[in-house]
Write a new protein. Structure first.
Length: 202
């Protein structure tokens, strides 16, 4: 009888051991840490920048960003719905930006600034209010430059390591209809035409 009892105890211990082992394996698979890691991998694989550094494309709706004005006020991009919008990502250290901005001032801002259906905002990447004001005065440009102190707006459109200058054109519904990179005269002329055509749509 003692031998039988000892055998039963050994069997029960083995069963309990295997049950505990199964519980540990299952809990590891379903742990929050495991879920977070999986989500992070999926997110990284989904958000891949194209050859120009964009993580958005023509036809996408504009990301949900805030426009931060130099006077300390801000508004959401959704408030521009109903207007044709141009967003120009720029920075004072960008030589190509400095080359392009006088053309934006002359061929776009001075032409369309009085049109209530048009809005243009330059977004200065990771520079202070003082740097942005000095930058606008140095070019000079009179269209509004705004702040993107942490790069949140820029990285809503572009991948890590992407550079400026870039222009994003939105239709009246907030859909992206053109994306530019650097300053190419032919592409710039095309952008002006896209803006003009969009404004003349009934």
């Amino acid at each position: 009888m003692m031998i039988i009892k000892m055998l039963n105890i050994k069997i029960m211990k083995r069963i309990l051991y295997f049950l505990l082992l199964i519980l540990v394996v299952v809990s590891c698979k379903n742990s929050p840490k495991g879920e977070t890691q999986s989500t992070e991998v999926e997110t990284k694989s989904e958000v891949v920048a194209d050859e120009r550094g964009y993580i958005v494309k023509v036809g996408d709706m504009v990301p949900n960003i805030d426009i931060n004005l130099l006077d300390g006020t801000s508004f959401n991009i959704s408030e521009l719905k109903g207007k044709v919008v141009m967003l120009q990502f720029t920075a004072s250290w960008c030589g190509v930006c400095r080359k392009e901005m006088p053309f934006i001032e002359r061929d776009i801002w001075n032409v369309y600034k009085d049109n209530p259906d048009f809005a243009l905002y330059g977004i200065d990447l990771k520079e202070s209010k003082e740097e942005t004001e000095a930058f606008a005065a140095a070019i000079p440009v009179t269209y509004p430059l705004t702040l993107d102190l942490e790069g949140k707006s820029f990285y809503s459109f572009c991948g890590e390591g992407a550079g400026v200058t870039r222009n994003i054109i939105l239709d009246r519904e907030g859909k992206i209809i053109m994306l530019t990179r650097l300053f190419d005269e032919a592409e710039f002329a095309q952008m002006v035409e896209v803006i003009d055509n969009e404004l003349n749509k009934e």
